[in-house]
Design a protein. Structure first.
Length: 64
């Protein structure tokens, strides 16, 4: 069914190639970023959802 719908669209092969290139580029950039990112930054970001100090500081300044 989908083959018949897509076969009527001209240039549908370009969409496939474009999506494959975007997929490959995105994950290549992510792999390079993962390799180059510093360990302290990852530790800080991993603890961020559990850290209430920023929220407490913001609430205190709003109350003043």
């Amino acid at each position: 069914m989908f083959k018949n719908i897509l076969s009527g669209t001209e240039g549908v092969d370009v969409y496939g190639i474009f999506s494959l290139v975007v997929f490959f580029v995105f994950f290549s950039i992510m792999i390079v970023w993962i390799i180059k990112v510093k360990k302290p930054y990852l530790n800080k970001m991993s603890l961020l959802p559990l850290d209430d100090t920023e929220t407490l500081k913001q609430n205190q300044t709003e109350l003043e």
